[in-house]
Design a protein. Structure first.
Length: 165
């Protein structure tokens, strides 16, 4: 079985989550491909049995590259064993709402695993305007990580169980 983790990231948190996730997909590890939508072109999805999509939420929205990818491949994605995750700084109902806004309802219904992995504010990777906005909106002026190893591991276990060991 071949699995691809396709992700879009602004500051690297979603990529970090994808790499951690790959490590938890232990029985598939040698057959997992990582694709960063901002750096690579998608190969043929027909080459993969299962697909995991991950995106950061930036300024309240899913990454534009992920939106375009989903729009172009939604029908084919519905025929795959699908996992979906986001990286965001919200928790609880706000994070769930961002997840719902990130992925179309049909994909969410077909997903065998869904995850809210947390997020990060890394001020060294932000420009002046981003720093200013984060400070205004969040009241924070320091690096924070809520990226959850536990949530990533839970997602991987569910995904592993659903696609078969």
């Amino acid at each position: 079985m071949k699995t691809v983790i396709i992700y879009a990231t602004s500051r690297g948190t979603t990529e970090k989550a994808a790499q951690k996730l790959m490590n938890y997909l232990n029985h598939l590890q040698s057959k997992v491909t990582l694709i960063n939508l901002k750096k690579e072109k998608i190969m043929n999805l027909a080459d993969y049995d299962s697909v995991i999509l991950g995106s950061s939420i930036h300024a309240g929205m899913v990454q534009g590259k992920m939106k375009k990818f989903i729009k172009a491949h939604q029908e084919e994605l519905q025929s795959k064993k699908l996992g979906l995750y986001i990286c965001c700084m919200y928790e609880g109902d706000k994070a769930k709402l961002q997840f719902e806004m990130a992925y179309p309802e049909q994909l969410r219904k077909n997903a065998v695993a869904s995850g809210l992995f947390g997020g990060e504010f890394d001020f060294a990777k932000m420009n002046f305007l981003e720093k200013f906005i984060v400070k205004k909106v969040d009241g924070n002026a320091k690096d924070i990580s809520t990226l959850s190893e536990e949530e990533i591991e839970k997602f991987a276990k569910t995904y592993n169980d659903c696609i078969g060991r």
